[in-house]
Design a protein around this ligand. Structure first.
Ligand code: IPM
Ligand code: MG
Length: 403
């Protein structure tokens, strides 16, 4: 063999070895999914521990506002020991860079001692940033706590938009996103992973949601015409799961045309529950949030059977911090996430109250407005406005009057 041929053969061997290790990891993950425990029943847990991890940039500040509201809504439960609010230390880019870990071990331990987590945005370094190029804390947390469902609601009532996205959260190009191979200097390969178990559990959750909420249609989104093996599996599992829900109609769309249809006023209100693999879900939920008024307005739930994490869908806004405007950051998204958290752990009525107060304060009444700049209200003032609104005796009728 020529020396070039030898080099190639060696590169291929190295890649095969690397790929072999990944396959072992993924097959082990499949086994873990097969034997996973059942859903945690929060009504049997005392105290329910809510961990609060501020994150980076504006994160700690907006989390404080959300915490203020949770402490208000849960004051009795905190007093009688049914709920505990617990600060989580060390989920900062400084600490993560120092320990060269997406989530340092002691932080992961603190997280695992909680039942649910409210998390501020965290810095995700990319190549060329001043920070070492460690993995995203979000992606790592979703994987470590097996938070397989990324549930993102988007509503624009006056346009008939009421979407609930179920984005698969632990597979696809994300699961091996930091484990691709540069086979040679010229050939880079990443991996997309879809499993039967991983697809089944997210698709089933979407159908269950539709069933519980009396919604008659579920939309499955893939690119199975091109990405035949993995997206093909997702679609095939959807067809299987759908058989268990005879009362619910389902349709399948390709991601490209779906992205367009979300902008089509004559069609978009037909979509209600949308389930899709990780990357398509990542992209389309930003588009959907923008239609609602921007990514700052959307909340996001990351749900697994044992743990759940609730977060704002926007980033850390480093520019606001640099320019000394962090106190003017809009906490709506993380407050929305706090409402989803309350709903998830069984405080359905409190969650509804918070949703209504949020609608009143940020959409309808708008006595004060957060603009992100010194002319506007501070996040703390907005949180106080929410707390005041929550105390109004006629909250529900007030909300109703704006419908
Ligand atoms: C999101 C974010 C994350 C993702 C980033 C920060 C890694 O965009 O939660 O949608 O891609 O999942
Ligand atoms: Mg995203």
């Amino acid at each position: 063999m020529t020396s070039i041929a030898v080099e190639k053969a060696e590169a291929i061997e190295r890649a095969k070895e690397h790929f072999g290790k990944l396959l072992i990891e993924q097959l082990e993950r499949v086994e873990r999914m097969k034997t996973a425990e059942d859903w945690l029943d929060y009504s049997k847990v005392k105290p329910i521990i809510i961990g609060i991890a501020g994150g980076d940039g504006i994160g700690p500040i907006i989390c404080q506002h959300a915490q203020r509201i949770l402490a208000f809504l849960l004051q009795d439960e905190i007093k009688n020991g049914r709920v505990e609010l617990r600060p989580i230390e060390g989920l900062t880019i400084e600490n993560r860079a120092k320990q060269m870990k997406a989530i340092p071990d002691d932080v992961l331990e603190q997280l695992k001692a909680c039942h649910v987590i409210l998390k501020g945005p965290t810095t995700t370094p990319k190549k060329g940033d001043p920070w070492p190029n460690i993995e995203s804390a979000n992606v790592a947390m979703r994987r470590e706590l097996d938070l397989f469902a990324n549930v993102r609601p988007v509503r624009v009532p006056d346009q008939g938009i009421d979407w609930m996205f179920f984005r698969e959260n632990t597979e696809d190009v994300y699961v091996l996103g930091s484990k691709g191979i540069n086979v040679t200097d010229d050939l880079a390969i990443d991996f997309k992973v879809i499993t039967t178990q991983g697809s089944d559990r997210i698709i089933r959750l979407a159908f269950e949601y539709a069933k519980k909420n009396n919604i008659k249609k579920v939309t499955v989104v893939t690119k199975a015409n091109v990405v035949k093996t993995t997206d093909g599996k997702f679609l095939q599992v959807a067809a299987e799961v759908a058989k268990d829900y005879p009362g619910i109609e389902w349709d399948d769309w390709f991601i490209d045309i779906m992205t367009a249809k979300l902008l089509d006023p004559s069609r978009r209100s037909e979509f209600r529950v949308i389930v899709l693999p990780n990357l398509y879900g990542d992209i389309i939920t930003d588009e959907a949030a923008q239609i609602q008024g921007g990514v700052g307005t959307a909340g996001s739930a990351n749900i697994g059977k044992r743990y759940a994490m609730f977060e704002a869908i926007h980033g850390t806004a480093p520019r606001m911090v640099e320019e000394g405007r962090a106190q003017y950051a809009d906490p709506s998204s993380i407050i929305k996430a706090a409402a989803m958290l309350l709903n998830h752990i069984g405080f359905v009525e409190k969650a509804q109250q918070l949703d209504m107060a949020l609608d009143i304060c940020s959409l309808f009444e708008r006595k004060i407005q957060v603009t992100g700049r010194p002319g506007g209200a501070t996040g703390a003032e907005f949180a106080e406005y929410i707390v005041e609104t929550l105390q109004s005796p006629d909250l529900a009728s007030k909300w109703q009057s704006y419908q």
